[in-house]
Write a protein that binds this ligand. Structure first.
Ligand SMILES: [Cu+2]
Length: 172
């Protein structure tokens, strides 16, 4: 709860100019190892307004490139791809950026990230405009198996016995 409060307060302080319709909840960033060349950020993006919005870009000095990514299944491996159109943030809903799904990707880190560090990120929304957030690096969360650990999905999590078998062929 402490972390949630911190991020919410930070977002409020730095969120000028921004529509009050977008709230960032429980943001955190992580790297796969202390020497990692890339990292990712996850958060809930809440749209309290009456209009759909869209996260169209993200920027940060922490990396040479910041992209909006998702994971797609490529055979039995989850692969990351850029989502150029960004992520829709439906009115009255929260869109989760989470491990194994949509995320903000830091490519070519300009500095090493350690647990407890902070990353300043500007989120760019189609309607709400730009929003600056300070995202804490949290290496202790482990809420999705394998998502950042080499991109190989754990087949044990794919569903119950007898449930759909994963297609090991190419998706295309
Ligand atoms: Cu990515």
């Amino acid at each position: 709860m402490k972390r949630f409060a911190f991020v919410a307060a930070t977002a409020a302080i730095f969120a000028l100019p921004v529509s009050a319709d977008i709230l960032i909840n429980d943001a955190y960033a992580r790297v796969a190892s202390p020497m990692a060349q890339s990292g990712a950020a996850f958060m809930g993006i809440q749209n309290t307004g009456a209009e759909d919005d869209r996260l169209i870009a993200a920027r940060s000095d922490v990396a040479q490139r910041v992209e909006l990514h998702t994971h797609i299944a490529d055979g039995d491996v989850m692969r990351m791809v850029e989502v150029e159109e960004g992520f829709e943030i439906p009115a009255g809903d929260t869109h989760m950026l989470e491990r194994g799904g949509h995320h903000v990707m830091f490519m070519g880190l300009n500095r090493r990230l350690a647990h407890g560090d902070e990353v300043a990120v500007t989120l760019v929304f189609e309607k709400a405009g730009e929003m600056d957030v300070i995202i804490p690096v949290d290496l202790e969360r482990n809420d999705v198996t394998g998502a950042m650990g080499g991109m190989k999905m754990d087949h044990g999590n794919m569903g119950g016995e007898g449930a759909m078998q994963m297609n090991h062929g190419k998706m295309q």
